[in-house]
Design a protein around this ligand. Structure first.
Ligand code: KIV
Ligand code: NA
Length: 266
């Protein structure tokens, strides 16, 4: 078996095939998704909230992304691995973006990188693509700008905002992105953009008209603590199962039921 490539991703759009993407932050979880046949895994900077205990993605560093991404690469053999460029690692311009992306590719071994922004990030995308680094773009709600948005509102509502989203989608495609994440975008607009583009759209909170769908794995598997966004479907209740397992282990230890004779050496 070989890894999925960006050519496979392009071919899927031509055939009209939908595909799933999940986030992963460590080798153990990534190997589960790799063996489950998830074609694309994103080492998202959502690791900030989901894995590292930060309030948002803003504090995540490039060194942290390299550490997490290299683990995901080591844990997989088939999935295409995309690593997020964190806040502050590409906003200065194309040269900084290339320096950061090169580290993710060389030190972590990811195949592609993702960065946020449409028109505003087009020059960065162009230089990375010229350098031979596949880029996944990310438009609509871009969580690294949470402080500017004042939260995580749905994007592209109203004609002016819709026009901006259309321009952003066109800009990242023209810059050479191989796919584009649409986050928190009205379903009708996301479907329209998906039809207009020849590169695939990856929706999250963007309706069923996208070419692919991504979820944060801890949300998908019911591992996240607290309220879920409206767009999430939980496919397991891992947080409850794992908590129950920990409590049962604790009870057995305190009550003397574990270890039993069969767990002992003589
Ligand atoms: O960091 C992340 O998990 C993401 C996806 C939600 C697209 O950027
Ligand atoms: Na991200």
């Amino acid at each position: 078996t070989r890894r999925i490539t960006v050519r496979d991703i392009a071919a899927a759009k031509e055939r009209g095939e939908k595909w799933p993407m999940l986030t992963a932050y460590d080798a153990m979880t990534a190997s589960v998704f790799d063996q489950a046949g998830i074609p694309v895994l994103l080492v998202g900077d959502s690791a900030g909230n989901c894995h590292l205990g930060y309030e948002s993605t803003v504090p995540v560093t490039l060194d942290e992304m390299i550490m997490l991404s290299s683990a995901v690469v080591r844990g997989t053999s088939r999935s295409l691995i995309v690593g997020d460029l964190p806040f502050g690692s590409y906003q200065e311009g194309p040269t900084q973006a290339l320096r950061s992306a090169t580290r993710l590719v060389k030190e972590a071994g990811v195949t592609a990188v993702k960065l946020e922004g449409g028109e505003r990030s087009a020059h960065q995308i162009e230089l990375l693509v010229q350098a031979g680094i596949p880029v996944m773009a990310h438009i609509g709600l871009t969580p690294q700008s949470v402080n500017a948005f004042g939260g995580y509102p749905v994007q592209g509502r109203g004609e002016e905002a819709a026009q901006q989203l259309r321009r952003d989608a066109k800009a990242v495609q023209d810059a050479g992105a191989f796919a584009v994440v649409l986050e928190l975008v009205p379903a009708e607009l996301a479907a329209e953009v998906t039809t207009a583009l020849h590169v695939p759209t990856v929706g999250i909170g963007a309706g069923s008209g996208c070419d692919a769908q991504v979820l944060v794995w801890t949300d998908m598997a019911g591992m996240t603590d607290g309220r879920m966004p409206k767009f999430v479907r939980q496919y397991a209740a891992l947080r409850e199962s794992l908590g129950d397992a920990a409590k049962a282990f604790a009870d057995d230890v305190v009550g003397g039921a574990y270890p039993a004779e069969e767990h002992s050496f003589h």
